[in-house]
Design a protein around this ligand. Sequence first.
Ligand code: F1P
Length: 350
Amino acid sequence: MDTPRVTLQEIQTQTQAWAEAIRIMIDHQAQICDLDWDEYKQVVFIGCGSTYYLSLSAAALFQSTTGKISRAFPSSELLLNPSCVYPGRNGPILLVGISRSGVTSETVQAVQNFKADQRGTVLTISNYESSPLARMGVLNFTIPSGKEQSVAQTKSFASMYVACTALSAIAGKDNAIRDSLTNLIPIGEHLLSSYGEIAHKIGQNHDLKHFFFLGSGIQYGLACEASLKMKEMSLTVSEPFHFLEFRHGPISMVDKNTMVVGLLSEEQRQSEQAVLFDVKKLGGHTLALGERNADITFDSGLPKLASGVLYLPVLQLLAYHRAVSFDLNPDLPRNLTAVVELEFPDSPQL
Ligand code: F1P
């Protein structure tokens, strides 16, 4: 029997935080639409760790729904290598700072510098309403029910991801996506109740020594996050790749002790599934997630840009069960604190 941990409870109750995220974003619809969208030359999403991976998916989503150039960076890159982020002074940028805690110093400092340099407009997304970051934007979206006791992000990440999905739908004036979001809640609950056993079984399989998570497009950031969960909670060697990149080197690693998890899309399913077939031919194990015809099926009928969060719950459970099966405490990953706070002298020494 697994020892119940707070992480498990947070994973299992996450759909309440998804619902709150949807409500909060819809409540702010008018203010979001009032932003001067034509003015921004590009949109930049930033965060650290999980929230950087969230930024990767959010930027892909935002660009797909709005057509605006959207990029993602780790917050520290805005401090250490601003010239790689900002392409000269060619117009205002919309910066979206994402952080569960709203305290992470790299993110807070990057937003501070952005404002001091008058580079454009700031929006923030976090789970703590009285945090420093949650006061720094022209609009600050906080989702309090995404707060967590665990160090590793699960429901917080999912809540902020849903907020980014709603932001993209509203900014892109895509009412089909916006109106479909509440349907995510029962589907998420169904995934948690139907596929916990598979996650448990794979999590307990100690013959699996290393994990890969494959995702392309919007799914790439989610694959990175799933891989990070595996590392943080279960101290397993785990890497994310874009699907077709896997054949360009990483496939050399495949053997009978390898698990390759595929976050399949509907549009590119054939090319993506072909990579999983190659893995199987080499004796590796695979687990496919997708809308239909997969080991974990969503059967959501939702627009593809709305359904990204559905990849998360079962993969979070997988990391949780693997941690517990190794007698590790998933609530308190080794060497990790919930927030990284650094001192910044004149020039950052990170
Ligand atoms: C970012 C973060 C987490 C990570 C760890 C350290 O925090 O890197 O992703 O799991 O807890 O901090 P935040 O800025 O999103 O609060």
